[in-house]
Design a protein around this ligand. Structure first.
Ligand code: ZN
Length: 492
C-alpha cells in the first residue's frame, strides 16, 4: 500500500470508529436504555455525528478519495471504498455540519418519542417530530440535488439508481398479479391454524431462537441476540453482529420468522471478506440486496414445505401441547395462510407487497408536497381499506406500527419489495445448481450458505446491486421471476 492509500485508510479507520460508536449507541437505545436517557443520548449522537461529518467532508480527504478512485494500481476494494465515500461526502457536503448534527439528534429523539407513542396509541404526540423529520429530510435532499424529485433522491440513498419510474412499473405489475390472486384465495376454505394459538412460553421461544440461528450457521461467538420493540440487525464488523427479536406469548410465528429474517441480514454481515472490515463496504451492496438476503432466508427457505417439515419436530419438542398431533402439511398451510392483515412484519408472503405499496404511495405524496403529516393516519386507514379490506382499530396497529419513519428512513420500504424480487431471482439461480428442497428437509444449510457466501455475501459493497445480481444469477433483474414464484406457490 503506498503512502496515499495509507493516509486514506487512516481516515477510513477513524470514520469507522465513530460509526462503531454510533452503531452501538443505537443498539443500546433500542435494547437497554431507560426512557429518560433519550435526551442525553440525542446530544451525544449529535456530537459524534458532527465529528464524523467533519472527517468525511474534509476537502483534502475527498480529493484524496477522488484520486484513489481513479488509480488502477490500487486494489479494487480500496477504489470502491474511495468511490463510496466520495458519494457519501458529496451528500453531506450539501448541508452544514450543524444542520446535519441537528438532523441526527432529531432522529435519535424521534425514536424515543415514537416508542412511547406506539405504546400509548397516540399519534398526536409523535406527529410534530415526524413533521420536523420530514422537513429536515426534504431540506437535505434538496440541498444535495436541487433539480431532482426529492423522493428519487431518498430512494437512491438506499439503493443506487432506484427511482419512482422503476418502482411505479414494478408495483403496477405486482398489483396486477397479486390483487386477483388474494381475492381468489379469499374464496377458498381457510386452512386450519389452530396449532398456532398460544400460549408459547417465552423461555422456550428463546431456546428456539438459538436453535434456528445455529441451524442457519450464525456464529454465536460473533453474533449477539437481543430484544427490541422492532427487530433489526446491526454490525460493527464481521466479528460483531447483533440481531434482535420481539417475543409475544401468543405469537410464535412472529418470532420464528423475525429471527430467520434477521439471521439473513446477520449472515451477510458475518460473511463479508475480512479486508472490508472497517470500511463502509462491509455494510453490503445497498438495502434492497440486504433485504433480499433476509427475505430469501425468511420466505424462500423458511416458509418452504421442505424447511417446515424439518421445523415441525423441533416445535413438537418445545411445544407439545400445540404440535404433538400435527402433520407437516397442516403446519405448512397454517404458516403460509394468505390472509389480509394489519401488521406488515407479520403479513404472509403474498399480501406483504401490498403493505409496501401503501407506504410507497404515502411517502411519494409526502415528499411531493401533496399531503401533510397530519393527514397520515386517515390516509393510512383509507389505503388499508382499499388494498387489504381492513381498517386498523387503533394507531399502534396502524400508522405507528413501523420504526422506519421515526428513524428518518424515508424511501426505505420499497427496498423490502424489491428485495423479495431479488431474493426470488437468487433462489431461481441457486436451484439450478443445488437441490435446495432436499437440503432443507435435512436441515442442511451449509451448501446453501456456501453458495450465497461465494455469490453475494463475501463481496460486501464491492459490486453494485445490478452487477451483483447479474453475476450471481446470469441475468439482469427480472420481476417476472418473483411474480411467477408467488403465483405458483399460492395458486397451489
Ligand atoms: Zn430486513
Amino acid at each position: 500500500m503506498n503512502h496515499m492509500a495509507q493516509k486514506f485508510m487512516q481516515q477510513v479507520n477513524a470514520l469507522h470508529a465513530y460509526q462503531h460508536a454510533l452503531t452501538i449507541l443505537n443498539y443500546d437505545a433500542e435494547t437497554a436504555m431507560p426512557q429518560a436517557g433519550a435526551e442525553g443520548l440525542a446530544d451525544a449522537i449529535g456530537y459524534l455525528s458532527e465529528r464524523r461529518y467533519d472527517l468525511l467532508t474534509e476537502q483534502g480527504f475527498l480529493e484524496l478519495a477522488a484520486r484513489l478512485q481513479q488509480d488502477e494500481r490500487q486494489p479494487l476494494y480500496l477504489r470502491r471504498e474511495a468511490e463510496e465515500l466520495c458519494r457519501q461526502g458529496a451528500r453531506l457536503n450539501a448541508v452544514s455540519a450543524r444542520d446535519y448534527a441537528a438532523h441526527c439528534a432529531l432522529v435519535s429523539r424521534a425514536g424515543a418519542v415514537w416508542r412511547q407513542a406506539k405504546q400509548n396509541n397516540d399519534y398526536q404526540s409523535f406527529a410534530p417530530l415526524l413533521k420536523k423529520l420530514i422537513d429536515s429530510t426534504k431540506d437535505m435532499a434538496l440541498a444535495y440535488a436541487p433539480d431532482a424529485p426529492v423522493y428519487d433522491t431518498l430512494l437512491d440513498e438506499y439503493d443506487q439508481g432506484l427511482n419512482t419510474v422503476l418502482l411505479d412499473d414494478f408495483f403496477q405489475r405486482l398489483k396486477q398479479a397479486i390483487v386477483p390472486l388474494v381475492a381468489s384465495l379469499a374464496e377458498q376454505p381457510a386452512p386450519d391454524t389452530s396449532c398456532l394459538m398460544g400460549p408459547f412460553p417465552i423461555p422456550e421461544q428463546r431456546q428456539l431462537s438459538r436453535q434456528l440461528m445455529e441451524l442457519l450457521g450464525v456464529d454465536e461467538k460473533r453474533c449477539a441476540l437481543g430484544e427490541s420493540e422492532h427487530p433489526f440487525t446491526s454490525e460493527t464488523s464481521n466479528q460483531d453482529v447483533r440481531l434482535t427479536t420481539h417475543y409475544y406469548e401468543d405469537d410464535l410465528i412472529g418470532n420464528i420468522y423475525s429471527v430467520i429474517h434477521e439471521s439473513g441480514h446477520a449472515l451477510y454481515m458475518l460473511n463479508t471478506d475480512d479486508q472490508l472490515n472497517q470500511t463502509s463496504l462491509a455494510e453490503g451492496a445497498g438495502t434492497s440486496i440486504h433485504e433480499s438476503q433476509s427475505r430469501l432466508c425468511e420466505n424462500m427457505l423458511g416458509r418452504s414445505r421442505a424447511f417446515i417439515s424439518y421445523l415441525l419436530p423441533l416445535l413438537q419438542k418445545l411445544f407439545p401441547a400445540q404440535f404433538a398431533n400435527i402433520d407437516s402439511e397442516t403446519l405448512y398451510c397454517a404458516i403460509n395462510r394468505c390472509q389480509p392483515s394489519l401488521i406488515r412484519i407479520n403479513a404472509d408472503e403474498l399480501t406483504y407487497p401490498l403493505h409496501i405499496i401503501i407506504r410507497y404511495e404515502l411517502e411519494k405524496r409526502l415528499f411531493s408536497g401533496d399531503i401533510e403529516a397530519e393527514q397520515l393516519p386517515e390516509l393510512w386507514n383509507e389505503l388499508y381499506q382499499q388494498y387489504l379490506g381492513l381498517t386498523p382499530p387503533d394507531e399502534s396497529r396502524g400508522i405507528l406500527q413501523d420504526v422506519h419513519w421515526s428513524g428518518g428512513m424515508f424511501g426505505y420500504f420499497p427496498t423490502y419489495a424489491l428485495g423479495s424480487a431479488y431474493a426470488a431471482q437468487f433462489m431461481w439461480a441457486m436451484e439450478q445448481e443445488l437441490d435446495v428442497a432436499s437440503l432443507l428437509s435435512q436441515g442442511n444449510f451449509a451448501p446453501i450458505t456456501n453458495w450465497l457466501r461465494q455469490k453475494v455475501w463475501r463481496w460486501g459493497g464491492i459490486k453494485k446491486p445490478a452487477e451483483l445480481l447479474l453475476e450471481a444469477t446470469g441475468k439482469e433483474f427480472d420481476a417476472q421471476i418473483y411474480i411467477d414464484y408467488l403465483t405458483e406457490k399460492f395458486q397451489a
